[in-house]
Design a binder for this molecule. Structure first.
Ligand code: FUL
Length: 476
């Protein structure tokens, strides 16, 4: 929607005792409740673990002897504790990676923990991790690799789809609530050809775990962001056309930025590993906390969800150096985002939905309340969509945080920030495209006593649920 010209009758003031104006209509598509819950959880910890951890490989051949799987100190409570302390709200385990080895005792193959020396062949990593996650109050999700280099039926379409759905059923019925199922179409060149019955798999997941979000290149609930370095596009829509995407064959650029005219709500999930590999290797070191902070700005800060892989080592624990980095990463985020300088501002808006007198429901002060359920909404048919912040003294900041109440659809197309400088009037200092669940913008330190956040272009009336101004002295 382009701005309209304002007339004086547009700005009519409501009397204080007239009935409350209801919220505006949503602009479709909008998220489902499971997508909303997933989006507000922001960060999940990925755990790649299996025979590869012991054989120094990434894509196991499927021929490793199950006896290699023998973590002497496996402690799922440690994994979950590390995740929780670092601010992650879900853990996602590679229940089966491409090598076909199952971290639970599947009835459909003997290539599993049952054939390993770990816990005398009576262990079940999926059970231990799901119960540790439940005890800690965080979510639990699973990756069940379609590509299986061990299973003899792989390559025979009907037989393997039955096998895969049998395994999926075990995973979704034995371990309590599952928050996310992660699927992909990764496969080595020249490997056996076969068809995956994705639609049947998705229906099965819906039937057994209706609260789980399903991840793939094409959704249905969340989409791969098109790369494995955790970076969403600087324009990033949760809108998407599932019919334009094919699992294993979608244009990475389309995945990165989504589709401003998409008919489906399929937000981006940014997966990346803390180490060069997805599995633990003795010679590899974790990324620095500052690098993770940069990834945070490019994923969470671009309307994405961050899925950070932290692989347990061959003793069955998350390594000390990774824990150290995660703690530092957590501290960096806290020191930047715990304080919102905008809280000390006097706020006003170009208009409020329902009029200026009774602004409690849609007034600008809502943008200082955490969460997406209170928000500023402008009066309808306005030419100007501005939030104005005036401070008693000059403030300094170099990060802008903005959120939209996405339950009513993603709306903002383009926005900018401008400051008032003595004698020079208003000056635009930074601009951006798309907001979504959360947008973070970094820029050189600004010092000002008065500023305006302006929406220049929007799909319908823009709604803003949070506005933050922060100081980051750490970024590289
Ligand atoms: C890819 C796999 O091939 C990698 O090994 C890893 O599991 C990554 C998350 O997905 O498709």
């Amino acid at each position: 929607m382009e701005k309209k010209t304002t007339t004086s009758s547009d700005c009519l003031v409501r009397s204080a005792d007239s009935p409350q104006k209801p919220p505006p209509l949503p602009i479709l598509p909008i998220p489902t409740s499971r997508q909303l819950e997933w989006q507000s959880a922001s960060m999940a910890l990925f755990l790649h673990f299996g025979p590869n951890t012991f054989t120094d490989s990434e894509w196991g051949s499927g021929r490793a002897d199950p006896s290699v799987f023998n973590p002497t100190h496996l402690d799922a409570a440690q994994w979950v504790g590390v995740a929780k302390q670092a601010g992650f709200s879900c853990v996602i385990l590679t229940a089966k990676h491409h090598d076909g080895f199952c971290l639970w005792p599947s009835e459909y193959t003997d290539y599993s923990v049952r054939s390993s020396p770990w816990r005398g062949g009576r262990g079940d990593v999926v059970a231990e991790l799901s119960s540790a996650a439940r005890d800690a109050g965080i979510g639990f999700g699973l990756y069940l690799s379609p590509w299986d280099r061990h299973e003899p039926s792989y390559g025979r379409t009907v037989e393997y789809n039955e096998f895969y759905m049998g395994q999926m059923t075990e995973l979704l019925t034995r371990y309590g609530e599952i928050k996310e199922v992660f699927l992909d179409d990764a496969k080595g060149q020249g490997e056996k050809d076969m068809e995956y019955y994705f639609e049947s798999w998705f229906s099965l997941i819906r039937q057994l775990q209706p609260g789980a979000v399903i991840f793939s290149d094409a959704g249905p609930d969340n989409r791969w962001i098109g790369n494995e370095n955790g970076t969403a596009g600087s324009t990033c829509w949760s809108l998407f056309n599932r019919s334009s995407a094919k699992i294993g064959g979608t244009d990475p650029q389309y995945l990165r930025s989504g589709d401003p005219v998409g008919h489906d709500w399929v937000p981006g999930e940014c997966d990346v590993s803390i180490r060069p590999g997805w599995f633990w290797h003795a010679r590899q070191a974790p990324k620095s906390a500052r690098t993770l902070l940069d990834i945070y700005y490019k994923s969470i800060g671009r309307n994405g969800h961050l899925l950070l892989n932290v692989p347990p080592n061959s003793s069955g624990l998350i390594s000390e150096e990774d824990i150290q980095v995660l703690q530092e990463f957590n501290e960096l985020r806290r020191s930047i985002f715990d304080e919102n300088l905008a809280k000390s501002a006097l706020l006003s808006a170009s208009s409020n939905r329902g009029g200026m007198m009774n602004n409690s429901r849609f007034g600008p002060e809502n943008v200082l309340k955490e969460g997406i359920y209170s928000y500023w909404a402008p009066e309808e048919n306005q030419s100007d969509w501005t939030l104005h912040l005036r401070f008693q003294e000059k403030v300094k900041f170099n990060v802008l945080q903005v959120q939209e109440p996405i339950q009513l659809g993603q709306r903002v197309i383009q926005f900018h920030l401008e400051t008032l400088n003595n004698g020079e009037g208003w000056r635009q200092v930074i601009n951006g495209t798309t907001v979504g669940y959360q947008r973070l913008l970094q820029f050189p330190m600004l010092e000002t006593q008065e500023l305006r956040f302006v929406v220049d272009k929007s799909r319908g009336d823009p709604l803003i649920s949070y506005l933050g101004l922060h100081v980051d002295t750490f970024s590289i």
